[in-house]
Ligand binder design. Structure first.
Ligand code: SF4
Ligand code: SF4
Ligand code: FES
Length: 410
C-alpha cells in the first residue's frame, strides 16, 4: 500500500484509502484522483488542468472509471475511502480520442496553427497525435468566425483556436491577480473576453504574458519581437537566467536563437519568489540584448572630449529636436514631438524625449574601447583623486533595484 501525504497529528486531516489501477493509495481527504495518481507515478492525460491552477473540470480529458454511472473527471473528483479507480481502458481511450477529435475539428489547419508554427508545442495537437486523430481527417464540419485580435503589441489572439479551457482566465485572474480575462457570448460564439469584450490592446491588460504561457493551443501566442522569429524550443538554446530588472529577480528561461544571435522568447521558471510568473519587463523587455547600441566592452572618453558635456545634438537641443526615432519624419513633425515650436525652430523645452535613443554616430567618436582592467584602474585612480581633493563627502553612489534594502543603505 502506498501512503501519500500522511496527515500529521496537528493538521489532523482525515485520510482516505482508494485503489488506483490496482494500487492501494492513502491520501489526505479532499485530494483529487489526479493528484493522488500523479504522486503515485500514474499518468492521467489533462488539457484544461495544470498543477499551477485550481482545477475547473471543463474539458473532460482526464476522465477515469470509478465504477459510477458516468466517468469522473480526475482533476476535480476527490478520492473517497474504498473507491476503486481505473485510469486507462479501451473505453476510456475511445472517449478521450472522440473528445480530442471534436476539439481539433474546428482548429486552424496544423500548418497555420499559431502555436505549432512557432514554439511547436500545441498540447491539443500533441494529444491528437497520441490518439491518432487529426482535423484534416475528420468528417466533422469545421466552424470558424470568432475572429482574431492583434491589438496587443506582443501577443496575438486567435479566437478560432480557443477551446475555452479557461486556463488563461485562471492565469490572469488567480495567478497574476489582474482580472482582465473572462468569457463573453453564447453557444458557438462564446469566446474569451478582455474586460468588457474590448480589444486586448485597449483593455486593462498589463501584457504580463501569463495567459500565453498558460494557453495549450494556438489561441494566445507571442508575436516575434524586432523580427526575431519564434521557433520550436528544440531548435533554440534554453538558457536559465534571472530577470535583471527589479529586486524580486524572477527566475526565467531565455530561448536563444543562435543563428540570429538574439533571444526568441522568454518564459517564467519556478522558484519560491516568483513561482514561474513574470511581468511585462521580464517576459518581453529583453530585446535590448540584441540592440546594435548595446555596449559590450568598456569605453573610455578620449582626452579631446573633455571638458564633459552633452555629446549628441539631441541632448544638447541644437539638433532637430525630435527623438532619434523621429528621424524618418519631417523636421517640423520631429520638432513638435520633441517640444519644439510650430515654426520649426527648437522650443524652450526642446531636446530628447525620455526613452529616445541618441545618435551613436555622434557619441561614439568621443570614446575608445578599453579592457576591463584598464577601465577599472582608471575608475580607481579617479576616485582616489576625488577623495584626496574633497574627502569622503565628495563621493556618492547609486543604488540598484537589484540591491537588498540593507545593501541600499550601506
Ligand atoms: S497578458 Fe497578463 S494581464 Fe494581459 S490578459 Fe494575459 S494574463 Fe491578463
Ligand atoms: S485562449 Fe487558450 S487558455 Fe484561454 S480558454 Fe482559450 S484555449 Fe484556453
Ligand atoms: S483536465 Fe480534467 S476536466 Fe480538463
Amino acid at each position: 500500500m502506498t501512503v501519500l501525504q500522511e496527515p500529521s497529528a496537528s493538521t489532523a486531516l482525515p485520510a482516505v484509502t482508494a485503489t488506483i489501477d490496482g494500487r492501494e493509495i492513502t491520501v489526505a481527504d479532499g485530494t483529487t484522483i489526479y493528484d493522488a495518481a500523479r504522486e503515485a507515478g500514474i499518468d492521467i492525460p489533462v488539457l484544461c488542468h495544470n498543477e499551477r491552477y485550481d482545477p475547473v473540470g471543463v474539458c473532460r480529458m482526464c476522465i477515469v472509471d470509478t465504477g459510477g454511472r458516468v466517468f469522473a473527471a480526475a482533476c476535480v473528483r476527490p478520492c473517497e475511502d474504498g473507491m476503486t479507480v481505473t485510469t486507462t481502458s479501451p473505453e476510456l481511450e475511445r472517449n478521450r480520442a472522440t473528445l480530442t477529435e471534436l476539439l481539433v475539428s474546428d482548429q486552424p489547419p496544423r500548418v497555420e496553427d499559431p502555436k505549432q508554427t512557432t514554439t511547436g508545442d500545441n498540447l491539443l495537437l500533441a494529444l491528437a497525435d497520441g490518439f491518432g486523430v487529426a482535423r484534416e481527417d475528420t468528417a466533422l464540419p469545421c466552424g470558424s468566425g470568432r475572429g482574431t485580435d492583434s491589438s496587443n503589441p506582443v501577443i496575438d489572439v486567435n479566437h478560432d483556436a480557443c477551446i475555452l479551457c479557461d486556463r488563461c482566465v485562471r492565469a490572469c485572474d488567480d495567478i497574476q491577480g489582474n482580472d482582465v480575462i473572462g468569457r463573453s457570448g453564447k453557444g458557438y460564439a462564446t469566446r474569451i473576453a478582455f474586460d468588457l469584450n474590448d480589444p486586448m490592446g485597449s483593455s486593462s491588460c498589463v501584457t504580463c504574458g501569463e495567459c500565453v504561457q498558460a494557453c495549450p493551443t494556438g489561441a494566445l501566442t507571442n508575436k516575434p519581437i524586432r523580427g526575431i522569429p519564434i521557433r520550436p524550443r528544440d531548435q533554440l538554446d534554453a538558457v536559465d537566467s534571472v530577470c535583471p530588472y527589479c529586486g524580486v529577480g524572477c527566475a526565467l528561461t531565455f530561448y536563444v536563437d543562435r543563428e540570429h544571435g538574439a533571444i526568441s522568447f522568454a518564459e517564467g521558471r519556478d522558484q519560491p519568489g516568483s513561482q514561474s510568473r513574470l511581468c511585462v519587463k521580464g517576459r518581453y523587455g529583453w530585446d535590448y540584448s540584441a540592440s546594435p547600441q548595446r555596449l559590450t566592452v568598456p569605453l573610455i572618453r578620449i582626452d579631446i572630449a573633455y571638458p564633459k558635456g552633452p555629446l549628441s545634438s539631441d541632448v544638447r537641443g541644437d539638433g532637430r529636436g525630435g527623438t532619434h526615432n523621429d528621424r524618418g519624419r519631417t523636421g517640423t513633425e520631429g520638432n513638435r514631438s520633441g517640444g519644439g515650436r510650430k515654426d520649426g525652430r527648437p522650443g524652450k523645452d526642446r531636446g530628447r524625449k525620455p526613452g529616445g535613443l541618441v545618435d551613436y554616430n555622434e557619441v561614439l567618436p568621443h570614446f575608445r574601447e578599453a579592457t576591463w582592467d584598464e577601465a577599472l584602474d582608471l575608475i580607481a585612480r579617479r576616485l582616489t583623486e576625488v577623495h584626496a581633493a574633497g574627502g569622503p563627502g565628495a563621493i556618492a553612489g547609486f543604488g540598484s533595484a537589484k540591491c537588498s534594502n540593507e545593501e541600499a543603505y550601506l
